[in-house]
Design a protein around this ligand. Structure first.
Ligand code: GTP
Ligand code: MG
Length: 334
């Protein structure tokens, strides 16, 4: 089931941001360094392009992400025309202090006491926007918390006489196009609890970790390194349940509790530094989805032609692919 979460307050927040966009100079688009593209809200570029506002992409929570992959992402973005990207961790306050200078470079005309530089922080829920605001201001003015939708309204403060900064509520978008993006967002705690099923998200995460970070599963949960090929994602969760003694009343493994353990360990960085997507896996995912969509289109076209042909003919014994019911053809062509 595709994950979607767009509660009413996000729609009001989007309208408010559209209004504020008229009176700011630079957007700081906060992305999650563990999944930069999955955490890219398409509404951010739509909103800022309507007002032609420049944007600094900031890959936050870099302390939790795989440093080698973060470098690849930064190179990837900085090769794109008109894009400037940096990685940082709000856990290292010094990191954030270079942002005003970087933003200033994107809006050189706003550089004096009469025209202070006005920065707007945007991004998905729980990515660290309010934390960044507090770090830049060097005092706690915005409420933060490790759950999505903590901030419910915009808040603007002066950094100094030359810079102002606005924090905004986290925004997702009405239809998350790629199912794996929804799962990555949910795994990283950007989606409300009622919009996801922990076991489903943890199974997705376990499959990804088996593929890309098996050594971290071995060291944290004692998975047998020499038998990993025989363990699947559900097997990982089952193993966590047994190792932690998580059992239901009847004695069987409590997979629901084990799923929560895996998700929390990943979110807290206890498993190690993990990035869920790279520029290469992203390209492959998009190519796979396009190929699947093309197969379905082709099958539907064939179905239509088959129906036309059979309507035009009285021959009862037609056996081509086109004569099968659409649903069977879809599963055959996959
Ligand atoms: N490890 C790590 N945690 C961070 C970082 N930045 C923020 N956090 C944590 O992420 C959680 C969410 O932070 P917030 O600042 O409330 O996130 P937000 O984007 O304002 O969230 P909403 O207001 O819900 O949209 C908090 O637990 C922060 O401590 C970071 O760079 N590294
Ligand atoms: Mg916030």
């Amino acid at each position: 089931m595709a994950i979607q979460w767009y509660p009413g307050h996000m729609n009001s927040a989007r309208l408010k941001v559209a209004e504020t966009m008229a009176s700011i100079d630079v957007v700081i688009e906060l992305l999650d360094a563990r999944m930069p593209e999955a955490s890219t809200n398409p509404m951010v570029s739509d909103l800022r392009r309507q007002r032609q506002r420049p944007c600094l992409k900031v890959l936050n929570k870099a302390d939790l992400a795989d440093p080698q992959v973060t470098r690849t992402w930064i190179d990837h973005y900085n090769r794109q025309d008109g894009v400037r990207a940096v990685a940082l961790s709000c856990r290292k306050p010094g990191d954030a202090q270079r942002l005003p200078t970087l933003c200033q470079e994107l809006a050189p005309h706003r550089n004096d006491n009469v025209k202070p530089l006005r920065m707007l922080i945007m991004g998905i829920p729980n990515v660290g926007k309010s934390t960044l605001m507090n770090v830049l201001l060097k005092r706690k003015i915005a409420k933060v918390g490790d759950e999505p939708a903590v901030t419910r309204s915009q808040q603007t403060s002066l950094l100094d006489i030359r810079h102002s900064i606005t924090d905004t509520p986290g925004l997702l978008w009405p239809k998350i196009a790629h199912p794996s993006d929804g799962l990555m967002l949910a795994a990283s705690n950007a989606v409300g609890r009622n919009a996801m099923i922990d076991e489903e998200v943890a199974t997705f995460l376990a499959a990804l970790l088996l593929l890309r970070y098996p050594a971290l599963l071995v060291s944290r949960y004692g998975l047998p390194a020499d038998q990993l090929a025989a363990i699947d994602a559900v097997g990982v969760i089952d193993r966590i349940a047994r190792r932690r003694g998580l059992r239901r009343r009847g004695g069987e493994a409590d997979l629901e509790k084990a799923a929560k353990v895996l998700l929390q360990d990943y979110r807290d960085g206890i498993l190690g530094r993990i990035t869920l997507e790279t520029p290469v896996t992203r390209r492959l995912m998009l190519a796979n989805e396009a190929a699947q969509a093309a197969t379905v289109d082709l099958a539907e076209e064939e179905a239509e032609q088959g129906e036309l042909a059979s309507a035009a003919s009285d021959a009862p014994q037609e056996t081509s692919l086109g004569s099968l019911p659409a649903a069977s053809r879809k599963s055959l062509s996959r």
